[in-house]
Structure formats: C-alpha cells, structure tokens
Design a protein around this ligand. Structure first.
Ligand code: S5P
Length: 260
C-alpha cells in the first residue's frame, strides 16, 4: 500500500527516523498537517503568533534571520512554546554552500540553529557534500533535514533532472527526512513532503509566489504537510480563526485521500 494511503499514525510507528516519528505522532495527536510560516520581524510578534496559533499546528516554520531583535532568550521561549503546544520547530534556512561552510553556519554563528531546530532544509546545488556536512552536526543532535526538490515560485529552476537528483540523494542519506515540494516523490523510506505556496483565497503575490489549495496539495498530489504564512496572519486576518480554517482544510483533504 502506498504511503499516501496509510495513516500518519501508522507511518510514524514504522518510521526509522526519530524526527519523522515524532512529527507523525504529533500530527495524529493534534489532527493537524498544518505548518505555520511565521514570517514576522520581531521577537514579540514571533512569540505572540507561536503562542496563539501553536494549538493548531504540527510545525512552526521560522526564518530566524529576519527577526530584528533576535537573542538567545527568543530560542529558549520558542522551545518552551513547542513543549506547551506540542509542535516541532523547522528553521527554513535553505543552506546552499559547501559541506565545510554549512557545518559552521548550522552549528555555530549567532543562531546556533542545530541546538533548537528539529528540522532544517538545504538546496543540493553544491552536491551531496552539503548533506554530509549538515549531517555531521545534526545527526548527533537527533535532527532532520529536508531537501528543496521544488519551489513554489513562478519560473523556479528546480525541475526535471534536478528534482530527480534530490530524490536520489534523499534516499541515500538517512539524515534526510523529506522534501520541500508540491507532491509525493517516492515510495522509498517514507520521505515526507512539506508544501509551501498554499492559500484558500489568493492565487499569488506580486513577487512570484503561487498558491494552490490544501485539497490539490494533500488529496491530489499526496503531499503530507501544508505550509501557510500570509493566509493565516496577513493584513486584516484573525490568525486563530484562519489557523483553525487551514487546519480543518488540511485534515479533511488528508481524510479524503485515505478514503480514495
Ligand atoms: O518553494 C518555496 C519554499 C519555501 S520554504 N516557497 C516558499 O514560499 N517557501 C517559504 O514558505 C517562504 O520562505 C515563506 O516562509 C513561506 C510561504 O509564505 P506565504 O506567506 O506565501 O504563505
């Protein structure tokens, strides 16, 4: 049976990777395949939205380098919220350098991402050494990695043979738990797909973002998690009400897939 036809609960039970196991268990407990892309620019805004929307999500996705007043206390508080509301933290760092450099960027610097983010991601443009470098830092800490096999934006170049290479590298490297992309890519190792560019109302933005519906992504394409940002906290929106709406849409799309 294809992984798309199995429940998140049973996939979690069978999974070999600790982060994937924890993620599937969280999704099942909270009945949520929703990740919030919390692209706000201050510490207080990030903590506020994580606390408000936390009950409805399985993953909080951060861009920690856009927080103008970042400090270590932010990370301590984010970890406390992850405990309180039962979600994982995904730092959307999109590493893209040689293995030795990404090791320094992932483990050290101001942000020390590997110390607090359960999940991070990278482009495989530099070749497989980027995965090996990140794994040297992240594996001992029990972290997981996503590869950017595709992107959501107009004219993106991650297609065809490049996407296929991502899939090959993911299968070969046990540190990799899945992909950023629009669909299920493989039946090997139950690699997870998380999909950004999800919106119930808008079709895109002025800078190339393109939106598709949860049903398209989860039911039709077999992806596992929807990533939603401005659809939840955009201007004039009630973030809690929107998070509830996207959670329900994502979960219903998953139930519909299981029924097919
Ligand atoms: O291909 C991608 C990959 C990512 S991780 N397209 C994306 O939009 N993202 C991220 O998803 C992007 O950096 C942003 O944080 C989020 C989408 O935000 P939204 O406000 O458009 O929903």
């Amino acid at each position: 049976v294809s992984f798309s036809q199995q429940t998140y609960a049973s996939r979690g039970e069978q999974h070999a990777h600790p982060v994937a196991k924890q993620l599937f268990a969280t999704m099942e407990r909270k009945q949520s395949n929703l990740s919030l892309a919390a692209d706000v620019s201050t510490k207080s805004e990030l903590l506020e939205i994580a606390d408000k929307v936390g009950p409805y999500i399985c993953v909080l996705k951060t861009h920690i380098d856009v927080i103008s007043n970042f400090d270590q206390d932010l990370v301590v508080q984010l970890q406390a919220l992850a405990e309180k509301h039962d979600f994982l933290i995904f730092e959307d760092r999109k590493f893209a350098d040689i293995g030795n450099t990404v090791k320094l960027q992932y483990g050290g610097g101001v942000y020390r991402i590997a110390d607090w983010a359960h999940i991070t991601n990278c482009h495989v443009i530099p070749g497989e050494g980027i995965i090996q470098g990140l794994a040297e830092v992240g594996m001992p800490k029990g972290r997981g990695l996503l590869l950017l096999a595709e992107m959501s934006s107009k004219g993106m170049l991650a297609t065809g043979a490049y996407t296929d290479k991502n899939v090959d590298m993911a299968i070969r490297n046990e540190f990799v738990i899945g992909f950023i992309g629009s669909r299920r890519f493989t039946e090997e190792r139950d690699l997870i797909t998380m999909t950004p560019g999800v919106g119930l109302h808008a079709s895109g933005d002025a800078l190339g973002q393109q939106y598709r519906t949860p049903e398209h992504i989860i039911t039709e394409n077999g992806s596992d998690i929807i990533i939603v940002g401005r659809g939840i906290y955009g201007p004039g929106k009630d973030a809690v009400a929107e998070a509830q709406r996207y959670r329900e849409a994502g979960w219903n799309a998953y139930l519909k897939r299981l029924d097919q």
